[in-house]
Design a protein. Structure first.
Lengths: 115, 381
């Protein structure tokens, strides 16, 4: 999970652990870029990060690392343009904050199963 | 306005100045006594040493305050963050039934954690957090209705109300839209936009009509609302220029297609800003103002280039020969922005005509603009 907001990170971590997953947290662009090269079941990605943009991370994951890891964008940005950009770059879903935890889990399970 | 830590610093400076004044007064007395041979040399020496000591202490106090204050603040921030995150964990665990909810009353940082959770989550979890915030029974009422609360305290309370989004608190917010302090009025409007639901949306809209906020602030409020359509409608019908401008801008940005017909009525408004806002709104909606060709012609001949540019851009939506002919003519407009709008509109409406303009248009500036827009389109594709 790439998320700089401690509240979002904690809530998502608690719910993922409860569902039997083992999330790893990156709180900024640089650490996320390093971690992305590893093999993950899925990535939950914020767009506004200290040190860079989540969209650049997504571009890096798809174009440079050429990985097809499912990516769920979880962002406060509600503009359609951002959503379209993220989906065009290869994100599987785009959820906006405030978000519904049930919907996040459903999306995650669906795309992990597909992946 | 005093910032945190400044009161203590002011008190310290006052104390130092008072001590220095005392020391100086004593020195004047002792040296005068010495001048008239009433006091001996040892007393004068002792007074001088005391004054020097006091000055040294004062300088140390003043110099030490700032680094000490920063060290204290940093430590407190770290501690507060730790406690805040602990409360987020406790509430998160309680939310999923993995731990019992700590019994209230909860400290300030626990309430902050709850408010952040409320901002983060919706659905079942959001509703449970909403119930917990009610259970915490924060003292916003006392702060906002009391006479003694400072401006920062009131701003904090309004911000907390915005985060909590409890519909029943709208009654606390609305009176602040008539507050003489514009900063509080704006904070109340922002809070109201987040809190208002159901009938409260129009209540807020009516209060905003009386709030005297500038157009930019009104637009921000409309964009913040989850259901802005009733307020946009109200502003267009009953607002003055500021509210109508904000409503037209919001209408286009939020893509409120149901109010497109209302926007067309502002194409003839005597206020040029409203006229331009209406054209922008229709362009954003992609709504062709059919039947308004004559009105657009008036704007196309206006001396103000922003009106000509907006009207030119809007012509592309008409998709008829009239629009094609006028756009061709507008390519020779003296304004760069109008020529640009004409070339872009022509590119959308009829790329073949734009290609022709790039080769044979009589005005060299129009020809160059057509060529530039064509080239940019080829780069993008």
């Amino acid at each position: 999970m790439v998320e700089d907001d401690p509240v979002v990170a904690k809530v998502v971590e608690v719910v993922l652990r409860r569902e039997g997953h083992a999330p790893t947290l990156a709180t900024d662009y640089a650490s996320a870029r390093t971690l992305l090269a590893q093999d993950w079941d899925a990535v939950i990605l914020d767009l506004n990060l200290p040190g860079g943009s989540g969209l650049d991370l997504l571009r890096y994951l798809r174009k440079e690392l050429k990985l097809s890891t499912p990516v769920l964008v979880l962002s406060g940005m509600k503009q359609e343009r951002k959503k379209a950009e993220a989906l065009a770059l290869g994100a599987q879903a785009y959820l906006t904050k405030p978000f519904n935890l049930g919907e996040l889990l459903r999306c995650l399970e669906e795309h992990v199963a597909q992946g | 306005m005093w910032r945190r830590g400044e009161r203590l610093y002011a008190l310290l400076v006052f104390l130092v100045v008072a001590l220095e004044a005392l020391a100086l007064g004593k020195l004047v007395l002792v040296f005068s006594g010495r001048l008239f041979h009433l006091l001996g040399y040892p007393q004068a020496q002792q007074a001088l040493l005391e004054a020097l000591f006091l000055t040294g202490v004062a300088l140390i106090l003043l110099s030490a305050y700032i680094p000490l204050y920063h060290a204290y603040t940093k430590t407190k921030e770290l501690w507060d963050r730790k406690v805040f995150e602990e409360w987020v964990s406790r509430f998160s665990l309680a939310l999923f039934g993995e731990a019992a909810l700590p019994p209230p009353p909860w400290p300030r940082l626990a309430l902050e954690a709850l408010l952040h959770l409320r901002e983060t989550l919706e659905g079942d979890c959001g509703e449970r957090i909403e119930a917990w915030i009610r259970q915490a029974n924060p003292r916003w009422n006392r702060v906002l209705k009391g006479r003694l609360a400072s401006r920062p305290a009131r701003l904090d309370a309004l911000e907390a109300l915005a985060q909590a989004r409890l519909p029943e608190t709208l009654g606390l917010i609305l009176p602040y839209l008539r507050h003489p302090d514009p900063v509080l009025r704006l904070a109340a409007a922002r809070a109201g936009a987040r809190v208002a639901q159901g009938e409260g949306i129009l209540q807020l809209g009516r209060a905003l009509l009386q709030a005297g906020l500038p157009r930019g602030a009104l637009l921000e409020i409309l964009l913040l609302q989850n259901q802005a359509t009733p307020v946009v409608d109200l502003f267009l019908r009953e607002g003055q220029v500021e509210e109508r401008w904000a409503a037209l801008e919001a209408l286009g940005r939020l893509k409120i297609h149901t109010l497109a017909v209302m926007a067309t009525s502002f194409l003839e408004d005597p206020d040029p800003e409203l006229k331009a806002a209406a054209m922008r709104a229709l362009w954003r909606l992609g709504y062709a103002p059919e039947g308004y060709e004559d009105v657009l012609l008036v704007s196309l001949k206006d001396a103000r280039e922003f009106l000509r540019a907006h009207a030119t851009r809007l012509l592309a939506l008409l998709k008829n020969d009239f629009a094609r002919r006028i756009l061709w003519e507008m390519l020779s407009d003296p304004s760069f922005y109008v020529r640009r709008a004409a070339a872009e509109a022509l590119g959308t409406l009829d790329p073949e005509t734009l290609r022709e303009a790039a080769q044979v248009y009589p005005d060299p500036y129009g020809r160059a603009m057509a060529a530039q827009v064509l080239q940019e389109a080829s780069w993008k594709s």
